[in-house]
Design a protein around this ligand. Sequence first.
Ligand SMILES: Cc1cc2nc3c(=O)[nH]c(=O)nc-3n(C[C@H](O)[C@H](O)[C@H](O)COP(=O)(O)OP(=O)(O)OC[C@H]3O[C@@H](n4cnc5c(N)ncnc54)[C@H](O)[C@@H]3O)c2cc1C
Length: 300
Amino acid sequence: MKVVVIGASFAGLNVVRNLPGDFEKVIICLDKYPYKKNFLLDFLLGRVKSKDLLFEEELFNIENTEYFFAKKVTKINPKRKSVILDDKTQIVYDVLVIAVGSRPRYISCPGVHKRGVVSLSVLEDIKYIKDIIDITSHIVLYLNTSLGYYTLDMFSLRKENLKVLIPEELRWQKIKESVREENMDSRLSEFTYYFGLEVKEVIGNGDVKALRLSNGKIVACDLFIVDTGIKPNLEVVKNTDILCEDALIIDGNFSTNIEDIFAVGDVVNQDLSNYIDYKGTSDKIIEDSRHLAQIIKSRY
Ligand SMILES: Cc1cc2nc3c(=O)[nH]c(=O)nc-3n(C[C@H](O)[C@H](O)[C@H](O)COP(=O)(O)OP(=O)(O)OC[C@H]3O[C@@H](n4cnc5c(N)ncnc54)[C@H](O)[C@@H]3O)c2cc1C
């Protein structure tokens, strides 16, 4: 029995770890070093070191398991029961588990892909922010989840460099309620906020230089941190018959509509795009993944 798992994070690794030793297992992931997204903010804020982002070593020595890291699954072929990697390698499966997690949501406006426009949910973006933050004069934070809220800590000594865009005031109230930190009001009053405005254009020649806001105002900006949260990563199931809405659709046993294909983790979370806070999400995924491994074990 060969189980192929796409994604080596909380979901994928915990499925593989809980499958029996005599099952042949293959796990594929984009990252050279799979990392824990839930520690990204602590890494940004200097509370943990980069080595603490990595998953425990035992997860990379699981019996009867082949690891393909820094590889992307570009195609799933349910008829042939195989997946194709970006280097054209074809891997066949008896059972496929899709555990490809989430990706950042972005705002849509011209120029949003310029250098200097970053999210808070991808390691490369966090490293970029850490590298340039001390030499950056004009930072704009588009704050729409608790992730952005927590980054305000970074700016307490450089508040004059930061402008905070709050697109939805009601959501801002919800973020404050969900975070509920002590001395919050006095800390928050240090910053300058722009409420109810959207970004209409990211201006710059290659690198971001300024933003044009919905009231017509041009704001200088050499680092634009876009905190719009995350959404299920559905790229890998495009051009397949696997059913999706806002997330991949599964039944109560983690089965997709295609035989022998299962899914678990952020990729099946229909509400993920609306989250303002992510606490507890990974614990539930670990539990679900263990449960899925038991289902696979009992069926195959
Ligand atoms: C900034 C941030 C802070 C968070 N804080 C918390 C917190 O405090 N507490 C909490 O419980 N949760 C938190 N979360 C949520 C938690 O991190 C996620 O719920 C969890 O990481 C989801 O795990 P996952 O395995 O489903 O997917 P992900 O962690 O998103 O991993 C997806 C995996 O799929 C791989 N992949 C994707 N596409 C492909 C492809 N085409 N080919 C091969 N591999 C692919 C990736 O390389 C990765 O290994 C936070 C999330 C973020 C972004």
